[in-house]
Write a protein that binds this ligand. Sequence first.
Ligand code: HMG
Ligand code: MG
Length: 297
Amino acid sequence: NYPDSVRIIEMGARDGLQNEANVPTTAKVALINALSQSGLTHIEAGAFVSAKRIPQMADSADVLQQITRSPDICYSALTPNLQGYQAARKANVDQVAVFTSSSEGFCQSNIHCSIAESLARFAPVIEQAKADGVPVRGYLSCVVECPYDGPTAPTQVARVARSLYELGCDEISLGDTIGRGTPASITPMLEAVLNQIPRQKVAVHFHNTWGLALVNVHQALSMGISTIDASVAGLGGCPYAPGASGNVATEDVLYLCEGLGIKTGVDIEAIAKAGWEICRHLNKAPQSNVSLALLGK
Ligand code: HMG
Ligand code: MG
């Protein structure tokens, strides 16, 4: 049941760098420009969130202004409320993303409101985006487990995912924020969501904290899901999810897909090179076995 092709949604410049202090704007711009040459069609470029809460993303407007845009690429950004939406529009993003949680604890910690309040906050954002012809992605965090509330029931994930879908999100990205999932927990969660939302509207967003993100991506692929969030060099994490580490590495997802005969349209080596370059700034090695095997000699 593998899809014929997958769309990779590149998280490195947003999820990847929101957890890294003191990355110069020029390095972010260079990263996105390098990623733009790899065949990717979607790059999340920043976040229009409170600069007091996430200072790492405070230069998102500058980043979006300074990158060299490819007409074939959708450059998106997080927009938690109308204030963020307006700033993102001004920066000329191609897509915006709202984000909530399937657990109350993470929702409160991350965006300071209940799940119900978050959905009410998104309604005018989505309405405005529709009026402007801007597509909207909806992120749903803690689809397996919450760092504050413990395990999340698949029925709860499906319920909030459906609410996001009914509000008008064009795609729902299911986040295993703290990387606790295994195929045993991911499978019933995906089944519950796929009962509510068309498969082609569902994306998976797996963090690799416990080392099974790629295994879980494989599980999602085997269930026909064809939109995969991934981060160059396995960068990433959320400041409000203690201990959470990076997203599944884009290089590893590409290698898996190549092995399975699934088209991606993305050049692994170009991604790996971009990853090594940003990791030089971060003073660490890429968190990707494929990248190390390819360029780590
Ligand atoms: P709030 O904390 O409820 O407070 O904001 P507020 O609405 O009263 O605003 C407080 C201050 O923030 C005010 O400034 C606002 O102007 C400002 P002050 O008067 O104190 O100077 N503010 C903003 N500034 C810039 N852009 C905005 C904006 N909105 C308000 N859009 C809010 C709510 C959500 C904005 C805030 O709590 C926040 O920014 N939280 C950070 C959330 C975040 O970025 N988390 C990381 C990304 S999510 C993630 O990583 C998970 C994901 O990857 C999926 C997964 O892995 O599960 C997507
Ligand atoms: Mg994330």
